[in-house]
Each structure stands twice: as C-alpha cells, then as structure tokens.
Design a protein around this ligand. Structure first.
Ligand code: HSE
Length: 434
C-alpha cells in the first residue's frame, strides 16, 4: 500500500522531534499503522540544526503545505492562536486530517474546529496538546470510557514544576530556573503562560471536556500563577507535611464543574506530590476505576513527538473508517455534550492554608478563631512561629477543612481588618486527592 503523506508545519522543538522519530522508527511505525508514513513536505521559517531533513521538500509558507494536494495529513506545530487557526481550518476545508500539539488553539477554538472537522469527515488529533508524552487523552477518552469521572488533578506544566522543584531543592531563584527551562525548550514563547497558569488552564480545559463531556470553555477557567509564592510558605507547608504544586483541578459537582489552576498544598506522601522537575502527572478519579495516575515527560522534543506520532498512527488506521464510527473528538458524542455549568471560583470548594502576620498581642488567636468559626470554617491545625526578627510579627499558619471560596473570601476580609493583623493574609488552596 502507498505510504500516507504528511506535511509538517513548523520545524521547532516538537517539529524536529517528530521528523526524527518518524525517520528513525519508520519501519516499526509502518508495522503498527499498516502503511508507511512519509513526510512529503515541511514548512519552516529557518533550518533546524537538530534535524537533517535530507531531500524532503521545504517551503517557508505553511499554507503551501495545507494546499498541497499530495498531502493527506497536516501536522500543525507552529503554536499560537491566529495563523494556526487559519491553517487548521483551511486544512480541514481541504479535506485533510490534522494532528496538532497546540493546546491554546484547541482550548480556545476547539469547538469550532471539531464542528468543521465533523462536517468534512476528517480527524483532528491532539494528544500532544496535554502533558506532552503522556497519552492521557487516549487514556481518559478511551481507556476510562466506562466511568463517570469524578475529578481530574494534574501537574500539567513542566516549566512551572521545574521552577518549583529547583527552588525547593536547590534554593535557586525563579528567574535563573526560568532561563534554563527556556534554553531546554520547555517554556512557552511567552513564559508568562507557564508561570501564570494559562498554559495549564489550556490543558485542563481540554481534560475537563473529555472527562465530563462538556464543550471547551477556556474563558471560564480560573487561573492563579506561582510568581508570588514565597520560600517561607514552601517551608511552612513542608513542616506541616505538604508540598506546594501548581495544580490544575477539574471536579464534577452537583452544582457544576470546578475548573481551576492554582498553587496547591498536597500531602507529601501522595505520589503526585513527588513529581519533580519537568515531569508531569495527571490523576483521574472515576467511579468504577477509583484513582489512576499517569506520569511522564510533559514537554521536550521527543516526548512530545511521541504523542504526535502516535496520533499520526491513529489517523492512518482510522482514515478508511466511517467518520460516524470514529472515537469522538471530545470523547462524548457531539450531540450528547452536557450544559452543566462551569462554576465561578467563589462557588468552588477546597481546604485552605492561611498565613497571617500578627502583632504579638494577647487574644489575637482567639479573634482569628472566632472570625473563622462565625463563617462555619473548621480549623484543622494551627502552627504559630516565633516572632520574626525584622518586624516582630508572629507568623500564624492555619489549615482549614473544606469550605466554599466565597466564605473564605469573607473571612479573609474580616481577618485583614483586625487591628493586630498586618498586611494581606496569604491563602493557598489544599487538596488531599483522596
Ligand atoms: N510550556 C509547556 C510546559 C510545554 O512547560 O509544560 C508543554 O506543553
């Protein structure tokens, strides 16, 4: 049988990894796919020294690949929302299948892209868009299809996890570690996407859709970054038996879906709390299976290429199948998606870590306790440290039971208005993941 012809748009980190893996493992891949997969054209802005493209035709115009009648599958690896969206829509309109690693594109424009793909009977595959080399989309969409998914929680940004790990283990500065992540090709073109939780929110949006059967709703995701975390809080969390991770949490509740990315205390003995460096991990809890954990490299050249190439193999296998009988893009049949709402952060529920800087006066702790109890907030534990030398203030650290964010907001406002409390109360959400 003739090989399937693929056009790669973008020869950066993931593009070159994809080309190299397709070349190196060509025979093994053909044995799996049932046909060879041949890169028939590449669009690149500049040559990539990590990739010997040999005699493969090269263009600097991505649309030349999309309009090339020889090409069966377009691999979109240019990133971003604008050109990538035009490129993918044009590829679909031209009747080509698409493989993409572009989480921003899928999270923001996926509903429109999948609708058009259905009309045209083509596949848009996006395994590499979430957690790099971990085949978590396939696992949730297919492997866990029996389950009602209760929640998903993941460390889904390698750069952020690398920064938190290096800061905690080696005391390195934020800027220093970020520079290294950029040099290693992990960070986004705009690294604020990594450290402010936007990249993780893109991925969480995709995971939530395939877990709960809801349309993609990136605009409703709550995001909080890691830039304001202090080493003091990292240390106090450790002393209490927790690790701080930048976690994406999607939880199905009766009132709606929680969709949130924020720094989170996790008990140090959970496997996911020990996922370090650039590694990613996603926990999925289903009613039948219980808790599962998927772990692996969340970024990087060949790990991400591993997912891109797996998608290519899937596309090649499914090309000749009836489009109605393929695995739906968002796991659930498109006419069976639910309109269960995504909840605002105020309606979400979690436990909390609070750090209050208080003057060393009698009765402060009693005032703090009464503000919390008046709002039905149950204290799990309290740790009070020695007065700080530089300002004489007492750091008071509390862990609470689960409570609605709205009640916690009101409590924090009341705490900050106490005469003996100085500055803002630090609040970090806590998830026990059990
Ligand atoms: N910037 C992303 C990360 C790349 O650090 O995880 C993979 O999506």
């Amino acid at each position: 049988m003739k090989p399937v012809k693929v056009g790669i748009c973008g020869l950066g980190t993931v593009g070159s990894g994809t080309f190299n893996v397709l070349k190196r493992n060509a025979e093994e891949i053909a044995r799996r796919a049932g046909r060879g997969i041949e890169v028939a054209q590449i669009a690149q802005r500049r040559p990539n020294p990590k990739c010997d493209t040999g005699i493969t035709p090269i263009t600097d115009d991505v649309f030349a690949v999309v309009d090339n009648p020889e090409i069966d599958v377009v691999v979109e690896l240019i990133g971003g929302y604008t050109v990538a969206r035009e490129l993918v829509m044009r590829a679909i309109n031209n009747g080509k299948h698409v493989v993409t690693a572009n989480k921003a594109l899928i999270a923001v424009h996926g509903n429109e892209i999948f609708a058009r793909a259905r009309e045209k009977g083509v596949i848009v595959a996006f395994e590499a868009s979430v957690a790099g080399g971990i085949p978590v989309i396939k696992a949730v969409r297919e492997g866990l299809a029996a389950n009602r998914i209760n929640w998903v929680a993941g460390i889904i940004n390698g750069t952020g996890n690398f920064i938190l790990t290096e800061m905690r283990e080696k005391g390195r500065t934020f800027e220093d570690v970020l520079k290294e992540a950029q040099a290693l090709g992990y960070a986004e073109a705009d690294p604020t996407f990594d450290v402010e939780g936007i990249d993780a929110a893109h991925k969480l949006t995709i995971l939530a859709s395939i877990a709960f059967g809801i349309p993609l709703q990136f605009d409703k995701a709550y995001t909080e970054g890691i830039t304001t975390l202090t080493t003091a809080d990292v240390g106090y969390a450790e002393a209490l038996g927790y690790r701080i991770k930048h976690l994406g949490v999607a939880r199905s509740t009766e009132k709606g879906i929680e969709l949130r990315v924020h720094p989170t205390l996790i008990p140090a003995d959970r496997l996911i709390a020990n996922v370090n460096g650039v590694m990613n991990a996603v926990m999925v809890n289903g009613d039948a299976v219980g808790s599962t954990l998927f772990y692996g490299a969340g970024a990087g050249m060949e790990p991400t290429a591993s997912s891109v190439v797996a998608d290519l193999v899937d596309v090649v296998r499914a090309m000749t199948s009836d489009p109605e009988n393929r695995v739906p893009h968002l796991a659930f049949q498109p006419d069976a998606l639910s309109d269960h709402p995504v909840l605002p952060i105020e309606a979400c529920e979690s436990a909390y870590y609070l750090r209050i800087q208080a003057k060393d006066h009698p009765g402060v702790l009693a005032q703090v306790a009464s503000i919390l109890s008046e709002r039905g907030i149950n204290i799990e534990s309290i740790m009070q440290k020695e007065a700080e030398e530089h300002d004489g203030l007492i750091p008071m650290i509390l862990l609470t039971h689960r409570v609605h964010e709205q009640h916690m907001n009101e409590a924090i406002k009341a705490l900050e208005s106490l005469e003996d409390v100085v500055g803002a109360v630090v609040r970090i959400r806590v998830e026990h993941l059990n």
